[in-house]
Design a protein around this ligand. Sequence first.
Ligand code: PMP
Length: 411
Amino acid sequence: MQFTDIAFDIEKVRQDFPILHQKVHGKPLVYFDNAATSQKPKTVIEALTTYYEATNANIHRGAHYLAAKATEEYEQTREAIRDFLNAQSTQEIIFVRGVTEAINLIASTYGRANVQAGDEIILSTMEHHSNIVPWQLLAAEKGAHIRVIPLNEHGELQMEEYQKLLSPRTKIVSIVHASNALGTINPIKEMAAMAHAVGAIFVADGAQASVHLPLDVQDLDCDFYAFSGHKVYAPTGIGALYGKKALLEAMPPYHGGGEMIKDVSFEHTTYNELPFKFEAGTPNIADAIAFRNALEYVSSFGKANIAHYEHQLLQYATEQMLQIEGLRIVGTAAQKVSVISFVVDGCHPNDIGTLLDTDGIAIRTGHHCTQPLMDSLGISGTARISFAMYNTKDEVDIAVRSLQKTLKMLR
Ligand code: PMP
């Protein structure tokens, strides 16, 4: 297969990522674990060093130069996230540690205030544990029920089943935009409209989609959209939650502490305005600042251009892997991000991962934090290859050759 219309120079991109240029077990590193976390370009790494060398101060409260500078840079990232998601206002962007914290925040605030006994929360079979457990905690506390949308044989949501699950009892629908275990891209715009038709809110887990798909939360009409910086070439420990302003305003706060208040007395506390009401305590300032460099890095290539290239990697690798006898790809949706989960007759995924590692190839194996999905498929786990913009066709060839060798050893 010939790759076409690649809008950027991959070798130049690779030069931006220092970590890629090393040997692992004597072989050049092939990093195919991008769905777990992406590597970081120099611009992000340097932003962290620069922050600590030149800017470090606590934000928002200080009267001095450094505090003002750190605050300005921190708030510039909020604006960059607003732009990345096409949200209406920076008041709708809350810094969080990542998707896990974002969903816990929604469940603990919106959920606690709005879900009652007998209400229903709709999830899907392919959800990550971070989009299951917070809702289970809420449901247990409130006497609410979780309903689950089943999948078809390609790993796509059965939309007619979703329609049947929706009712006036539905209060929240929370769905992954793109699955980390299957790659499936879900039709969240349509799903949000269906949720709204019964008066429910729609939450999107954008952990995987955010790096691959152009996003417009106004067009998608999600009530909440969460993503983690570390999957978008930004540092770990920082992410963002978008929420519609009217919902955020009506919600009780999440954590209590400094920064989220207007006035405190022992009798009564009034809360700060959005988005600060949801950002108690000293935040992760350095990583938040470097987050902007990551988003600007992605935007400088254009997400559509990155997606076009990654899709070719996905198609090429899929073609090559399907030629391996006994290998089955788990997740064959018509719309996929660049994730390939697979199982091989007679081979444990962990053994595949361990042997590929000896050839310097980093993949992920196991249940990918989607145990209910694995149970529904009747498997304990898969091996998973996932691509980023710096991966190459040559790397796919190296991995396929290593896989063929590995499977001969294991069978
Ligand atoms: N949802 C999906 C689909 C994910 O892939 C992940 C990360 N593996 C998460 C949620 C959780 O993200 P984080 O660990 O960054 O909070």
